[in-house]
Write a protein that binds this ligand. Structure first.
Ligand code: PLP
Length: 412
């Protein structure tokens, strides 16, 4: 945007810090869009990538395969609950969601069920920026108005938070159920759509509805996956197993682009035949990039000792204690924390650009959007750094925020 301040030039990163070209150091409250869960430049991940760089930085994944991908697929399948065992690698979150949607559509086609061409998703949801994923985002976030007539229309519903809304969704599915290929939801936290939390009970209700109406259930764990909510995966923590799950963001510990759509055995078996027409036709050029797979394997090594659990609990406690004082500030309507996610919600959209600049002047990197000022720090962040972040938010929101922007909505 013409009026937006230019981006800050970054010289390097280290731990939970971003070092700017002018020498200033910013404590990163965002972990680079929720990816750098172990902090930046982790030596174990760097060494794994460097070793793979010597062997094979990239090789096509059609007719050829490699150990880093096999190992990663096996490890993900072992970590995920139930029969989520069949892994498809891509390079970005949006593409993983596209693939999950394609899998769901073709699952019904392959089973000889016609007409299941739509998805049911939720207000407040965010699933990506590509055309198909926009259709399952919140109507405003997905710019459904701007692209009316271009985007196919899906069924967008409210999350079933109680018996009444479950009954409403049940009626919706009775009316549209035969058109619906899958229900798509971000479990526990709707991220880029507003950092909205919901109880695991919502997920149990969705599983029940999906089973009753025989539609697939897709969990988009691109944000929640890899420890962010206090469980390695929200599906595992909630005890609700979807039919397909999407992963990305922290998959490589924030080092290289990689994503995965993981299907259950039931979904996989609808594709497993000698009929070429039944195959899942998708082949991103850089799918299963070996450097990215090596980074993801190294990141999983770092989860193995279990230290992350204590760290997420520590960060969670720090966020709670540190953000709580904001509740008293003028214009704050809610303060909420889940795992290593801390959110201060404002009454009205703030001028995100100006606020971000003022945070940078205080030595912290925090990027508010819409009505939300949030922290998603690296799990390894020190208590001092965490205190710097929460103090900056409390101090800044305690002051008159000045120029507010009615139209403050923005992507993540
Ligand atoms: C970030 C995100 C995506 C999109 O991932 P990209 O890598 O930005 O394409 C999809 N779903 C969720 C829940 C996300 O948080």
């Amino acid at each position: 945007m013409k009026t937006a301040p230019p981006p800050l030039p970054v010289a390097r990163t280290q731990g939970a810090q971003i070092v700017l070209e002018d020498g200033r150091v910013l404590v990163d409250g965002v972990a680079s869009w929720w990816t750098a869960c172990h902090g930046y430049n982790h030596p174990h991940i760097r060494a794994a990538v460097a070793r793979q760089l010597e062997r094979a930085p990239h090789v096509m994944f059609g007719g050829l395969a490699h150990e880093p991908a096999y190992v990663l697929a096996e490890r993900l399948a072992a970590l995920l609950p139930g029969e989520l065992d069949h892994v498809f690698f891509a390079e970005s979150g949006s593409v993983a969601v596209e693939i999950a949607m394609k899998m769901a559509l073709q699952y019904w086609i392959n089973r000889g069920v016609a007409g299941r061409t739509r998805f049911l998703s939720f207000f407040g949801g965010y699933h990506g920026d590509t055309l198909a994923t926009m259709t399952v985002c919140d109507p405003e976030e997905g710019m459904h108005g701007l692209f009316a007539g271009v985007l196919p229309s899906q069924v967008i519903a409210h999350l079933p938070k109680d018996d009444a809304s479950e009954a409403e969704l049940d009626r919706e599915l009775s009316a549209h159920g035969r058109d619906i290929a899958a229900i798509l939801v971000e479990p526990r936290v709707q991220g880029a759509g507003g950092m909205l939390f919901h109880h695991d009970d919502v997920l149990r209700r969705l599983r029940r509805l999906a089973d009753r109406h025989d539609v697939l259930l897709i969990f988009d764990e691109i944000f929640t996956g890899f420890g962010r909510t206090g469980d390695l995966f929200a599906c595992a923590g909630s005890g609700v197993t979807p039919d397909i799950i999407t992963l990305s963001k922290a998959l490589t510990g924030g080092t290289l682009p990689l994503s995965a759509a993981v299907a259950s055995r039931r979904v996989f078996e609808a594709f497993w035949s000698d009929d070429t027409g039944a195959a899942l036709m998708h082949g991103p050029t850089y799918m299963a990039n070996p450097l990215a797979c090596a980074a993801a394997n190294a990141s999983l090594d770092l989860f193995e000792d279990g230290d992350w659990l204590a760290n997420v609990a520590r960060v969670s406690a720090g966020l709670k204690a540190g953000l709580e004082p904001c509740r008293a500030a003028d214009g704050v309507v809610d303060v909420r924390v889940l795992g290593a996610i801390g959110v201060v919600e404002l009454e009205r959209a703030a001028d995100a650009g100006a606020l971000c600049r003022r945070f940078a002047e205080r030595g912290v990197w925090i990027r508010p959007f819409g009505k939300v000022v949030y922290l998603t720090p690296a799990f390894v962040m020190s208590d001092d750094e965490l205190g710097q972040l929460t103090r900056a938010i409390c101090d800044e929101l305690g002051q008159d925020r000045g120029g507010r922007d009615e139209d403050g909505r923005h992507g993540h």
